[in-house]
Design a protein around this ligand. Structure first.
Ligand code: FCB
Length: 439
């Protein structure tokens, strides 16, 4: 790596991130069925119809995995809690084994000197709630507040930081408009409602955690830089709309208590009744803002129905999942978010990393491409800090190769290689390079 801790401000934190469904193994420990189980069981949605039943078996290998985080010299660990593991029906009876698991995780992190950074929801909606309309049902904000109360009454006292929902855009647009994630809808009305309700649920969860006396609460937003394919006004307007429904909708809702006009041009007829009155909950003050960043998209206008745009292939080198490598986008987002939305509020890079076609040869995984990716993005973080953005931490996605949603187990994002037949863990070259940079 081309950096050490000394290249960052005193107190800057390094972490790694994972999520419950992607690593735990939902067949274990009494977890309920989720909409990802049923989405994956429907032909055509997920590569080889793979699901998270076993995943990395982290449920049974947690201690060894936490040892790997500590030995890397990292300061914090961003994990998520599965709603369906804690409340198998989504509401009502609690699975004590699920609460016990997250309790052991919290203690296990503290024992190793690691800061627990929780995300309440990283996409495994309990099936009984999906049956009731899931994110399109306004009641979800209250169901989610109840789940928040249940899990955080147990572990909230030990959390360093907490965010309610991972990546509202994925919960809303990717899952209800593009149909690429569970529940796999392609419906503009469902999308408008899901995108509003996910923010309402975020706000209700923040209120609930404040009520429990928790501190250091934030939101985690994924961002993709929208690059117009050319300099025509039409291409610029198309990129601006992509930026609107991908990035600005959520930041604007939470930090400005309003939605962008260009997004409302498509959404207005489909919004839930009384949505304008929800912004005091949605915009309840936060202590920090998290940015998940991977890539940019090249946007061209088309003559079809709203949003009348296409994502087109770009010229930059790509990762194993075909995402262009564009480190400058991270700088752009960190500085723009501070300038236009969050001011002095601490910013955290809550996810950044790459998928690479890593292979295990003679006990080694040489992932030089990942080292270069992390170096180039961390250089942009340093540049953003130098230019005044209050960035306080950086989390690598991910600790382990894991279940990459609709792409199944082929796409490897880990610092640690996982053999999905034996479940053996092998730290990659990037893991060792990170260890050298941090310790
Ligand atoms: C993010 C998700 C995470 C993982 C990475 C590659 O959008 O939060 O679960 O899929 O992308």
């Amino acid at each position: 790596m081309q950096f050490t801790r000394q290249d960052f401000p005193q107190g800057f934190l390094f972490g790694t991130a994972t999520s419950a469904y992607q690593i735990e193994g939902h067949a274990f420990g009494g977890a309920g069925q989720t909409h990802w189980d049923t989405f994956a069981a429907t032909p055509g949605n997920v590569v080889r119809a793979e699901n998270g039943a076993v995943a990395c078996d982290h449920y049974n290998r947690m201690d060894a995995d936490l040892d790997l985080i500590a030995a890397a010299g990292l300061d914090c660990y961003r994990f998520s809690t599965s709603w369906a593991r804690v409340l198998p029906e989504g509401r009502g009876p609690v699975n004590q084994a699920g609460l016990d698991f997250y309790d052991r995780l919290a203690d296990g992190l503290l024992e190793r000197g690691l800061k627990p950074c929780a995300t309440l929801y990283h996409w495994e909606l309990p099936s009984p709630l999906a049956d009731l309309g899931g994110w399109t049902n306004p009641d979800i904000a209250n169901w989610f507040a109840d789940f928040t109360e249940t899990i955080m009454s147990r572990i909230g006292d030990r959390m360093y930081s907490t965010a309610p929902i991972n990546e509202p855009w994925c919960v809303g647009w990717l899952s209800h408009f593009m149909g690429l994630h569970a529940p796999g809808l392609r419906n503009i009305r469902a999308t408008a409602r899901a995108m509003h309700h996910v923010l309402l649920a975020h706000g209700r969860a923040i209120e609930t955690m404040r009520g429990l006396g928790m501190t250091n609460l934030g939101g985690v937003f994924n961002m993709e830089w929208a690059n117009p394919v050319d300099d025509t006004p039409e291409a610029r307007a198309a990129a601006d709309l992509y930026d609107g429904y991908y990035n600005r909708f959520f930041l604007s809702g939470v930090f400005h208590k309003t939605y962008p006009d260009n997004v409302m041009e498509g959404f207005a007829p489909h919004m839930p009744k009384g949505w304008e009155n929800d912004f005091d909950i949605i915009g309840t003050p936060l202590d920090w803002c998290g940015v998940n960043y991977y890539t940019r998209k090249n946007i061209a206008p088309n003559s079809g129905p709203w949003p009348s745009l296409d994502e087109v292939d770009g010229p930059l080198p790509k990762t194993q999942v075909g995402w262009e490598i564009y480190p400058e986008g991270l700088y752009n987002f960190l500085t723009r978010t501070a300038r236009e939305y969050t001011g002095d509020l601490p910013l955290h890079v809550t996810e950044n990393g790459m998928a690479n076609a890593d292979v295990l040869v003679d006990g080694r995984v040489d992932d030089a491409a990942r080292i270069a990716y992390l170096d180039s993005h961390l250089a942009q973080v340093r540049k953003a800090i130098a230019d005044g953005a209050p960035v306080k931490s950086y989390f690598i996605w991910s600790l382990l190769d894991n279940y990459e949603w609709s792409l199944g187990y082929d796409k490897r994002f880990g610092l640690v290689h996982v053999d999905f037949d034996t479940l053996a863990r092998t730290p990659k070259t990037s893991y060792h390079a990170l260890q050298n940079a941090l310790t």
